[in-house]
Ligand binder design. Sequence first.
Ligand code: NI
Length: 245
Amino acid sequence: MNLHTAAWPEVEAYLKRSKGIVIPIGSMEQHGPNGLIGTDAICPEVIAREAGDEAGFLVGPTFSVGVAQHHLGFPGSLTLRPSTMIAAMNDWIDSLARHGFRKIYWLNGHGGNIATIQAAIAESYAAWSMDGDACPYRLKSENWFTLPGVMDVCRSIFPVGEGSHATASEVSVTYYAYPDHQKSVEMSPKIAPEGRFADAADYRATFPDGRIGSDPSQATPEHGERIVAAAKSALIKDVKAFFGE
Ligand code: NI
């Protein structure tokens, strides 16, 4: 069940059997010349929805804009300041907790969000700890791409040119989700450079087409389907363990 297509009596009934919810959390940022700007939101969303449908847990709306200041050199990229994201995540947590949700699982799709998600979780717990009260809920965050076994599948499909941004795997997952939005682009160079970056201007100068270390022209919906299947079973296992705690 998805929260945004449920009616409130359905949510009330769900809360009688489960206090858990999974929230996909991503980013809205350039993903190279053939990657969808919503890639980091789409990947956790499609994995969470397929897992939720199969295992019967509730999936929240996608928190689709994250911390991506380093991508602002490319048209279409959006960012939140880390402080804004911490505040927004805490408003989502407080709203869900008010209704009785006690296990909130954030399924992340963007490496640049990790530090801020951890800070948001610490902020949420700090409010209870400093008041001297026991926090009634538990928060967890995992990246879809670091769920057990997922990287092995990605590496076996793409032994060369997987890369670390605009990866062949993540673009494949979006092509599986949105086959009508595949883009055929000749990559030059074939495999993008690796390296580090600081701000948006530095990133654009270092990685002119937006990719880091990848050749996403290898992406196909069929590869994406295999990756989603692997991530879905790993997620179901992890969510069941967390909700059952
Ligand atoms: Ni990405």
